[in-house]
Ligand binder design. Structure first.
Ligand code: MN
Length: 294
């Protein structure tokens, strides 16, 4: 197969942070960041990145109180620290370091997300990514569900040095498949590369593709450099790119088939049309998302 280079459109520094509740201090790379906001990263609708944050011990568990979601999935990846959640359907769990919670909000849940109890008590470094993965109209009202994906269940493709690897959360890499069920074609990987290691990736050129550097730095296609906490947006000009670690690094890689449908979004809802947004707010007010104590 001929190589066709997927080139870098932009290397983006993290925008200013904002707080989500009192537990998440996030850089929103999209949809609010200008360059990505305009063209979008569909099917990825939103990315909130809580960069490394040293949190002192707290009695109180910091986080965000009960709120609804409808019309999409939240994918929460804990790199440092751990996050607990519970919802109006009685589900609860903890996302530990290296783990992922893939929640299909679908027709609707009411949930809260906060620092895990023991982590809160001890304090420590907190580093988390939350993605909002959009759903096509036909699946927006699907039944809510959770996929708890622990690190040991993620297939790892080891590179030549025997220690660097590409870890699969969703999608396919080198014949391995990520454990997440997805409604549309989506690739979500972590590349954990030792200094000097390189890894090659290939995605359909029409897919929206990007990466976030969580740790260390990487060269991309031998001509761009992305340092820690930066997001790299790719063009649609080819399929293939290469990463080379300039220091030990952790890189989140995203690529997915765009959902070419209208988007109407406000607050915690991502729908196709304004009338569906209004319905979501009405249903929320009418208690149709259930009840969850503060
Ligand atoms: Mn939420």
């Amino acid at each position: 197969m001929n190589k066709s280079i997927k080139s870098v459109e932009a290397v983006l520094a993290p925008p200013d942070t904002h707080m989500v509740g009192d537990g998440f201090m996030v850089h929103n790379f999209f949809p609010t960041y200008q360059i990505i906001g305009e063209r979008g990263m569909s099917p990825f609708f939103l990315m909130d990145y809580n960069a490394k944050w040293i949190i002192p011990p707290y009695e109180h568990q910091r986080g965000v109180g009960p709120h609804p979601h409808r019309g999409f999935e939240t994918v929460t990846i804990a790199y440092r620290g751990s996050v607990a959640h519970n919802d109006s359907a009685g589900n609860s769990g903890v996302i530990g370091e290296g783990d992922v919670q893939w929640m299909t909000a679908g027709s609707g849940v009411l949930h809260k997300e906060y620092h895990e109890k023991e982590f809160s008590r001890k304090g420590g470094v907190f580093q988390v990514v939350q993605l909002w993965l959009n759903l096509p109209g036909q699946f927006k009202m699907t039944a809510p569900k959770y996929q708890a994906i622990v690190n040991k269940d993620m297939p790892k493709h080891y590179l030549e040095d025997g220690v660097s690897c590409v870890e699969l959360i969703a999608g396919e890499y080198e014949g391995k498949k990520g454990p997440a069920f997805t409604f549309t074609p989506v690739n979500v990987f972590n590349a954990r590369l030792k200094k000097g290691a390189s890894a090659d990736f290939s995605f359909d050129k029409n897919y929206n593709s990007g990466l976030l550097v969580l740790e260390g730095g990487v060269n991309i296609n031998e001509n761009s450099f992305a340092p820690e906490d930066h997001f790299v947006l790719f063009r649609h000009d080819g399929n293939d790119f290469r990463l080379e670690a300039t220091s030990n690094c952790v890189v989140l890689i995203l690529s997915g088939e765009p959902i070419n449908e209208p988007i109407a979004s406000r607050g915690p809802f991502v729908m196709n049309y304004e009338a569906e947004l209004k319905q979501a707010y009405d249903d929320y007010r009418d208690g149709k998302f259930g009840y969850l104590a503060d």
